[in-house]
Ligand binder design. Structure first.
Ligand SMILES: C[S@@+](CC[C@H](N)C(=O)[O-])C[C@H]1O[C@@H](n2cnc3c(N)ncnc32)[C@H](O)[C@@H]1O
Length: 278
């Protein structure tokens, strides 16, 4: 029988992701031998509202170029490339899915940022970093794949220095409800582990974090979906988007995610919390 980690990797991993990305970029008119972070950004932020959400969430972290930053569940590296270019920080990314780490590294090489970003394959539940080694950490749409939330937030707390900040984009479950499957993070309920809003807050507080912000962003997400649908109707389906990475049933997964949020089955949260200064 497969363990949780194997099931999660199986869910995200597929052959040919890099080729699919390069083909889509070429189809969209980009020169794949001379790519920029902006060229790739429509498809490499693997969470609701994409780059827009990354910009909003991470603006709360008041980065300084000297900060050491950890991206927990770094996917194919879009948010890490954004932080390294926008704020000039050194970023480490860690992700469970080996193929995502390979793609993240290859895309980062192509935009010439490997001197500022390192990726490693590993588990957010056993971060291979020393205690108090980062000033900032963030995690976007990762905890839905993790049942042991206390350990997940505990590891983030451990690697932050006192006074350090964690930003998290979370999807939590609505009252007495489940998402409509498949969703981007799970084809079946067995790989989806959603806490509710109260549990999420309580776990963060019990870990030792001070909550700085804890915001339900459902309305913002629904407005984004309205804009995306209007654009789709006017211009047809976009060439670039996270569907390129999510594989054959991407459309269904993305539709189900949107309907699940519209119906209050799942609630998107933006959270900022601080490891108290000693
Ligand atoms: C929805 S994607 C988000 C990727 C990235 N944070 C972003 O927003 O572009 C979820 C990611 O979480 C990773 N993941 C799931 N469980 C993990 C774990 N236990 N440790 C590290 N990464 C994990 C998956 O491999 C996947 O890359």
């Amino acid at each position: 029988m497969m363990g949780d980690s194997e099931m999660i990797i199986n869910h995200w991993q597929r052959d040919g992701i890099m080729d699919a990305i390069l083909t889509a970029l070429a189809d969209a008119g980009c020169d794949v031998n001379d790519l920029s972070v902006d060229d790739i950004s429509p498809l490499d932020h693997l969470h609701g509202r994409g780059l827009e959400a990354t910009e909003e969430l991470l603006a709360r972290l008041n980065f300084e170029p000297v900060h050491r930053v950890l991206d927990i569940g770094s996917g194919i590296g879009g948010p890490a490339r954004y932080v390294a270019t926008r704020f000039g920080c050194r970023v480490e990314g860690i992700d469970l899915t080996p193929e995502f780490c390979n793609v993240a590294e290859e895309l980062t090489r192509r935009v010439d940022l490997l001197d500022r970003i390192g990726y490693c394959q590993g588990d957010a539940l056993a971060l291979p970093f020393e205690d108090t080694s980062f000033e900032r950490a963030y995690t976007q749409n990762v905890s839905m794949n993790i049942s042991n939330k206390a350990l997940f937030y505990g590891e983030a707390f451990r690697i932050l220095r006192p006074g350090g900040l964690l930003a998290a984009a979370e999807l939590v479950k609505g009252p007495d409800s489940e998402p409509i499957y498949p969703v981007p993070w799970a084809d079946i309920p067995a790989t989806s582990f959603l806490a509710d809003m109260c549990e999420t807050r309580k776990t963060l507080e019990q870990t030792g974090f001070e909550i700085v912000e804890f915001t339900d962003v459902t309305k913002t997400m629904l407005e984004f979906y309205d804009r995306a649908r209007a654009k789709h109707e006017a211009e047809g389906p976009p060439i670039l988007g996270v569907h390129v990475v999510l594989g054959p049933n991407a459309k269904k997964k993305l539709q189900n995610s949107a309907h699940s949020i519209e119906q209050g089955r799942i609630i998107p949260l933006e959270v900022v919390c601080r490891r108290p200064a000693v």
